[in-house]
Design a protein around this ligand. Structure first.
Ligand code: PGA
Length: 239
């Protein structure tokens, strides 16, 4: 495990450099992406590097962690929309090789087919993660067994509240979503976890230095052989 404590700006640069290095060594790399506020600076940096000619995404394949069910990609709150607007539309990526779990679910009704699709292209080289205030990764809420593959998950009440900022009313906030499972995440060859802000200080400590427990889903990463934790100074203040 590697721990990097720095400013949010520098973290975005360092994490972006990991992608640039990976893709220059392996142009058809398989990338696992995440949504939320945390990766926005990193995505902006990847766009900048792509425009500067430092990296090309032409041959990569991407898999996002999660997606709301029954929400089309044209809907602003969907994670497809988020990815298109914050990254995919601004880089030279082949849209047909960008995947989010809901689409595959709708096609064949079997969530774990997402894991098979990932496997069929050789597995994820680097999976990007943020962390929820309750320690969730993707929509794997506390108590999710470590052995789960992609599945439909019920969102914790605290997650529904955190997501409400993107919706006009509480009634509109989805209660279920498709998410890669903990095992799906652990199957990635390497992982980048980004934790920003003082509100994440306690969960950063629990995830990094607390016991490995299903009560703190991100704590499972302590068992992964290749994780880089990028934690800003505020989120690292209890470490
Ligand atoms: P955030 O979400 O980046 O918006 O804080 C992270 C998460 O809930 O996984």
């Amino acid at each position: 495990m590697k721990l990097v404590v720095d400013t949010p700006e520098r973290i975005a640069e360092l994490a972006a450099q990991q992608y640039v290095d990976l893709i220059s060594a392996k142009p058809n790399a398989v990338l696992g992406f995440a949504t939320g506020s945390t990766p926005l600076d990193l995505y902006a940096e990847l766009v900048r590097q792509n425009r500067a000619g430092a990296v090309s995404f032409r041959h990569v394949t991407t898999f996002n962690l999660d997606e709301y069910l029954d929400m089309g990609g044209e809907q602003e709150q969907s994670y497809r929309y988020f990815m298109n607007k914050s990254l995919f539309e601004h880089i030279d990526i082949a849209m047909e090789r960008t995947f989010l779990p809901a689409g595959e679910l709708l096609e064949n009704g079997d969530p774990a087919s997402y894991d098979r699709l990932i496997e069929s292209v050789g597995g994820i080289d680097v999976q990007l993660l943020g962390i929820g205030h309750n320690g969730h990764i993707g929509f794997n809420e506390p108590g999710t067994p470590f052995g789960t593959l992609t599945h439909v998950a019920e969102l914790a009440e605290s997650t529904v509240l955190a997501n409400a900022r993107f919706f006009d009313s509480m009634d509109e906030v989805p209660r279920v979503a498709a998410t890669m499972g903990i095992k799906s995440v652990m199957n990635a060859r390497s992982i980048i976890m980004v934790i920003l802000g003082s509100a994440k200080a306690e969960i950063a400590k629990a995830a990094l230095q607390g016991p490995v427990t299903e009560a703190v889903p991100a704590s499972v990463l302590q068992l992964h052989p290749s994780v880089t934790w990028y934690v800003d100074h505020e989120a690292a203040k209890l470490l």
